[in-house]
Design a protein around this ligand. Structure first.
Ligand SMILES: [Zn+2]
Length: 304
């Protein structure tokens, strides 16, 4: 099952256990309102999620005594669990009008606003938003990237929905794609918040775990990179020192240096990949790391 389908199937299972009628009505309203075709002439929901299709038909009957038609078509391509397309309509014009009336729309009121009267108890908004996600939303597998979006056909409805989300402190980002108005979340934290808010706890945890896993991996990379950078610095410094010592040798300056400096210079030449601590230990008698550092600086500055 795809991550999106799994998330939606989990949400439908949660919705089926919901006791309060006000919340179930709010959720069904969210499902239909965000389905893309929601007017008094025509109401249509197309989804690859069979569980959502079954829930919608059941609730239309249970909550509004309305008959929904379901057509299932099988597609040849796509992921195995996304191959059936479920189309739900409310074919009877009279039933559709009654439904709009029940959703508190005035007879000539446009269908592009969210009727807040439908959100009656403190949990109704979450139920409505869950319905909207089930109907118009999708989420990318966190293995690939962090992305959750809801795509609407009406700009006015997208505006109103964005406002409702912001009221719940779930302010979405906006973009348009062809004729679609897309509300989306791109960072893992807002996706987690959204999922937790609508009750998709398993999906929220999956994203959280993925983030922790990635964090650990990037910490490990950062450490490895900084070690590499230090090695790179050591090699570059040694290269400069060796070049300077060669020049001093050719000019005869090396012979004029005090014995202790000459010893350090020769050890540097012979051990071009040694660290300062290793060089220090090679001296007779051994000297300290800062002693080596001090002598190398003197060598580099010799004759300047
Ligand atoms: Zn409620």
């Amino acid at each position: 099952m795809s991550f999106a389908h799994e998330t939606k199937a989990g949400l439908v299972a949660l919705s089926e256990t919901m006791k309060r009628d006000c919340c179930r009505r709010a959720e069904l309203y969210g499902i239909l309102c965000m389905s893309g075709v929601f007017t008094r002439q025509k109401c249509k929901l197309v989804t690859s999620c069979g569980e959502l299709a079954a829930l919608t038909i059941k609730w239309l009957g249970d909550l509004y005594s309305t008959t929904g038609n379901l057509y299932v078509t099988e597609k040849k391509s796509g992921e195995a669990d996304e191959r059936s397309s479920n189309k739900i309509t409310v074919p009877q014009k009279r039933e559709l009008e009654r439904l709009f009336h029940s959703f508190r729309y005035e007879p000539d009121e446009p269908e592009t606003s969210i009727k807040r009267e439908m959100l009656r108890c403190p949990n109704c908004a979450a139920a409505f938003i869950r319905g909207a996600f089930l109907s118009a939303g999708t989420i990318t597998d966190p293995e690939k990237s962090y992305h959750l979006e809801m795509s609407l056909t009406s700009e006015a409805l997208a505006d109103d929905f964005a406002a409702l989300l912001s009221e719940q402190e779930l302010e979405p980002k906006r973009m348009t794609r062809k004729n679609e108005h897309v509300l989306y979340y791109k960072d893992s934290e807002s996706i987690e918040n959204f999922l937790a808010y609508i009750g998709a706890n398993t999906a929220a945890f999956t994203i959280m775990n993925k983030k922790i896993e990635r964090g650990l991996r990037s910490d490990a990379n950062r450490i490895a990179n900084s070690e590499l950078a230090n090695i790179g610095k050591t090699v570059a410094a040694a290269g400069d020192q060796i070049a300077a010592i060669h020049t001093l040798m050719q000019s005869g300056e090396l012979e004029r240096m005090p014995d202790e400096l000459r010893q350090t210079a020769m050890l540097r030449l012979e051990n071009d990949d040694a660290t300062l601590s290793q060089l220090a230990a090679l001296h007779t008698p051994p000297i300290t790391k800062s002693g080596v550092n001090h002598r190398l600086k003197k060598i580099m500055a010799w004759g300047r």
